[in-house]
Design a protein around this ligand. Structure first.
Ligand code: DGP
Length: 114
């Protein structure tokens, strides 16, 4: 856990968030500022600044998170499909420095989304 990280505080329960799913690896919460009818954030519990910090070994954690996500599509009401995105750095418009994957769905999405 990193001091002064918003997502670490949410993971620790020190800041409120609507948790839709949780296991040992990750939480899935509703985004505070949804960009689609359903907009979740998949947040690994281990603190990494962004996807660029992951080693091959760390990639196993990400693979487990994605597999678990894919097994919970009904819970998330994403049976019709979804889009995943992760932002990195200034050009990627990353605003929170804790790795997270945006999950968009619940409607037919626009062709381009930022
Ligand atoms: P990014 O720009 O990729 O770093 O996305 C960060 C997302 O996190 C953005 O869509 C808004 C969301 N967010 C920021 N602070 C909070 C918070 O305190 N709670 C929740 N639920 N979402 C947050």
């Amino acid at each position: 856990m990193k001091k002064d990280c918003i997502f670490c505080k949410i993971i620790e329960g020190k800041l409120p968030a609507t948790r839709v799913f949780e296991n040992d690896d990750m939480i899935i919460i509703n985004d505070i500022s949804p960009q689609a009818r359903r907009h979740y954030l998949l947040i690994p519990k281990k603190h990494y600044e962004n996807i660029g910090e992951l080693s091959i070994k760390d990639g196993e954690l990400l693979a487990r998170c994605l597999k678990t996500f894919a097994q919970n599509i009904e819970l998330l009401k994403l049976e019709n499909g979804y889009r995943l995105a992760t932002n990195k750095g200034n050009d990627g418009r990353q605003s929170v420095g804790h790795i997270h994957i945006h999950i968009f769905g619940g409607e037919r999405l626009s062709e381009i989304m930022c």
